[in-house]
Design a binder for this molecule. Structure first.
Ligand code: FE2
Length: 385
């Protein structure tokens, strides 16, 4: 397959209408609260190819919680578990199970980011705070977004340690190889009935984002279920947050199932980019990552006609993509390849998407029907359709 590198957007403004009061350099890290960070870290290393990066816990003098920082190219995942029953992290775990607590954003100025957003109506989660160690200092601040999820602004221009002050470099003797995951392409939030537009407005007003794609329930539905989605982006396109809400249909929407099990709004999936989805997905499958079922034969038969005017894909490539269950979609600018994991915890909540963009800037709208039919087959098994 012809290799086209995933394009990471530069810092220039590419979305008209986005405002400049909150310049974002990228995703800094994503923190999950989990029941057993030590074991979760092993899973993300073994199955997803993350590397040991930094650690905080009893051995570093932190008696409240343990945090394992994992890295793969530009992606940093932080896995945190409380160390006693008094920690407020327990309430989060009891209510939501394992899930994303923090979507941290890399900024030049964390104090200004906090002032700009809180003065526009954001609820503060953490006032600007400077942390120091022998490697320099980091300023962080934070605001609440949907559900109990938060955004933390990270200013690290005066820091050259492994992760953040208080963490030590994590040297492990167990170092499975990377599977080629490069950076976070987008992260999706699920919100409750009728709440999507309120969050769209919040990202516009509080964060200066722009709504650049919308899908209504007429576009995103199957025979049984439906949802609505609006994609929010910051001005340089580096941060993209689609927001989903459930829509009425004959059976239960997957968004409603998520909200029932997460017991509220939260992050639904983390989409990670690769430059070679075939190699990446082959390795992920060998390492035990479970994906949603492969779309039916008719789906792959229709691929050449769906792609024709954008890009030509060789029949052999379609056979390989089908053997791995990878889906293909095109928009005016190119095409994209994507696949979705099953939920990565027992509650049907958070999952991952693996994506390779071959010019397309969309989110695979042409795959929604096939994708949702796969999800519905899983919902059927869970008795939650
Ligand atoms: Fe996605």
């Amino acid at each position: 397959m012809k290799q086209i590198k995933n394009v990471e957007y530069g810092l220039e403004k590419i979305f008209e209408g986005a405002q400049d009061f909150l310049p974002l350099l990228g995703t800094d890290y994503v923190e999950l609260y989990v029941g057993n960070a030590k074991q979760a870290a092993h899973f993300y290393k073994t199955a997803f190819g993350f590397q040991s990066h930094a650690y905080k816990g009893l051995e570093t003098g932190c008696k409240e919680y343990s945090s394992y920082v994992l890295k793969q190219d530009k992606i940093r995942l932080v896995l945190t578990t409380p160390l006693n029953s008094q920690s407020p992290i327990n309430q989060h775990l009891t209510k939501h199970g394992d899930g994303v607590k923090v979507i941290a954003l890399w900024v030049e100025d964390a104090t200004k980011s906090w002032k700009e957003t809180t003065s526009r109506g954001a609820k503060s989660f953490m006032e600007p705070t400077t942390e120091k160690d022998e490697y320099g200092e980091v300023v962080r601040s934070g605001i609440h977004t949907y559900g109990e999820t938060v955004h933390i602004f990270v200013e690290r221009k005066n820091y050259n340690g492994a992760f953040l002050p208080g963490y030590q470099k994590w040297e492990s003797e167990y170092n499975p190889t990377s599977v080629g995951l490069k950076f976070i392409d987008h992260m999706v939030g699920n919100v409750g009935w009728g709440e999507m537009n309120q969050w769209v407005k919040w990202y516009e007003e509080v964060m200066g984002f722009v709504n650049f794609l919308s899908f209504d329930d007429k576009q995103i539905h199957t025979e049984y279920s439906a949802l609505m989605s609006k994609v929010m982006s910051n001005g340089n396109g580096r941060i993209k947050f689609p927001i989903n809400e459930p829509a009425k249909a004959a059976k239960k929407s997957q968004i409603e199932e998520y909200i029932d099990f997460y017991e509220g709004p939260g992050a639904q999936h983390i989409a990670v980019a690769t430059d070679n989805i075939i190699t990446t997905v082959k390795q992920l499958r060998e390492r035990g990552v479970e994906f949603l079922s492969t779309p039916p034969e008719e789906y792959y038969k229709a691929v050449p006609s769906r792609l024709d005017k954008h890009h030509h894909i060789l029949q052999e490539d379609i056979v390989v993509l089908k053997s791995l269950g990878i889906m293909i979609d095109a928009d005016e600018e190119g095409y994209l390849l994507q696949i979705f994991t099953k939920p990565v915890e027992d509650r049907p909540t958070l999952f991952f998407e693996i994506i390779q963009r071959m010019g397309a800037k969309g989110f695979g709208a042409g795959n929604f029907k096939a994708l949702f039919e796969s999800i519905e087959r899983e919902q059927e098994k869970r008795g939650t359709l």
